[in-house]
Structures are given as structure tokens and as C-alpha cells.
Design a protein around this ligand. Structure first.
Ligand SMILES: *Cc1c(COP(=O)(O)O)cnc(C)c1O
Length: 219
């Protein structure tokens, strides 16, 4: 699928769900993609990109950003505390806030450097042991913690279990966000963004459908 085909599919879903056209941001997930494909999309004028590892992102984005400084970069993968400083320096938005210790570290670094990226709390809606994210039962508490520090918290993010109906998880995430007064939902990937948009996603994270298969031998 080309980006423009994804854009029209998103617009159709927005229309059918009675949402304003263009209210969903499309984050092109460029992890493990050849630089030529990423540069192609940058040249087309796309401005929102996602990566899931700090190290991979710091290896390629500083150079791309010199040519395309208006790009907004999103960190989608788990963030280790020892990578927080690098992450705060490179990314405009972090989607994987999942524990208090990471929050206090971000507060300290943001104070030092004088800025803080936008933040999403990642919720492990399927309560899968191998997946990061705060459990649904502990989400309200983590949100309250973040609010104590006045950090720019935008909303919630989830990655539904591979083998379950994603809409159930999108619905759960939307409820958690609503009851906490959060208006942004980062949900929906290549296989389920249509459903996510219908359930109110404000940020979808699409990799394979835009760029093609990833090259995992790079890892
Ligand atoms: C890789 C990744 C995506 C994109 O997945 P696709 O199925 O290729 O669209 C979205 N979100 C996160 C957190 C990812 O790590």
C-alpha cells in the first residue's frame, strides 16, 4: 500500500465513525527499513516517523533531520532508564511510559535540558508477561504520578495481543483514557489501523503497510 492509499483508508474510517477528517495522525514506522525508503517518504513530505529502539534511531535520524528538520520523531518501543537522556534529546514524543522509576528519571533530565517530549502511557491491555506496559489496574495510579510533575502527558498507547480481537483492546484503552480525561489514543498498526480509527485512535503506527517487510537480519 502507498501512503496515499493509507490516508484514504483512514479518511474513510474517520468519516464512517463521524470523526473529523484528518484527526488521525499517521506515524510511519521506519525501524529496520532501508534508508532509501525512509528518505523517499521524507521527500514526499511526510513528517511523522516512529522508531522502536533508541540506538537504531540515534544511528540514522540526526543526519535525516539536518535535511528534514520539521520531522516529528516518535519512540514506540520500551525505554530503558539508561537510554532516557538520549531519548529525550532525539524524540518529540515517547509512547512507552510504563513505570514510576522512568517518570522520575525523565523529570530529572527534562529539568536539566529544559524540555520534555510529549508522553503516552503504554498500557499492557492483554496483561501479557512478555510485553511492556503498565497493567490496566495500575494505569490510573501511574497517570496521577505523571500529573504530579506537570509533564506533557497526551494519552495512552497499547499493542493488542497478536491472537485476540484488537477492537476489544482498543475499547479498553479508550475507556481508560476517557475516565482519566486524556484525549489521545496511540493504537492501530498495519493490520488493524482501520478498526483503531473507528474506535477513536488519534495516532496510528504503521510500518509494513507503508514500507514493506522489515529486514530483521539488521538486528
Ligand atoms: C513495529 C511497530 C509498529 C509497526 O508495526 P507494523 O505491523 O509494521 O505496522 C507499531 N507499533 C510498535 C510499538 C512497533 O514496535
Amino acid at each position: 500500500m502507498s501512503l496515499s492509499e493509507i490516508v484514504s483508508q483512514v479518511q474513510k474510517a474517520e468519516m464512517e465513525a463521524n470523526r473529523p477528517i484528518g484527526s488521525t495522525r499517521i506515524i510511519a514506522v521506519s525501524k529496520l527499513q532501508p534508508n532509501a525508503r525512509v528518505l523517499g517518504l521524507l521527500a514526499e513530505g511526510h513528517t511523522e516517523f516512529g522508531e522502536n529502539r533508541v540506538q537504531e534511531a540515534t544511528g540514522k535520524w540526526p543526519e535525516f533531520l539536518t535535511t528534514y528538520p520539521q520531522t516529528k520523531l516518535h519512540l514506540l518501543g520500551p525505554l530503558q532508564s539508561n537510554k532516557a537522556r538520549q531519548a529525550l534529546q532525539l524524540f518529540d514524543c515517547i509512547h512507552s511510559i510504563d513505570r514510576t522509576s522512568l517518570v522520575t528519571r525523565i523529570v530529572r533530565i527534562a529539568d536539566e535540558i529544559g524540555s520534555c517530549p510529549d508522553l503516552f502511557v503504554q498500557v499492557n491491555t492483554g496483561e501479557e508477561t512478555q510485553k511492556s506496559g503498565v497493567s490496566p489496574g495500575e494505569t490510573d495510579q501511574l497517570i496521577a504520578e505523571i500529573r504530579k510533575y506537570n509533564l506533557p502527558l497526551l494519552g495512552l498507547m497499547c499493542i493488542p495481543p497478536f491472537d485476540e480481537e484488537p477492537a476489544l483492546h482498543f475499547g479498553l484503552l479508550a475507556n481508560l483514557a476517557r475516565r482519566n480525561g486524556l484525549s489521545n489514543l496511540s493504537m492501530g498498526m498495519s493490520n488493524d489501523f482501520d478498526s483503531a480509527v473507528r474506535m477513536g485512535a488519534t495516532h496510528i503506527r504503521v510500518g509494513t503497510a507503508i514500507f514493506g517487510e522489515r529486514d530483521y537480519s539488521k538486528r
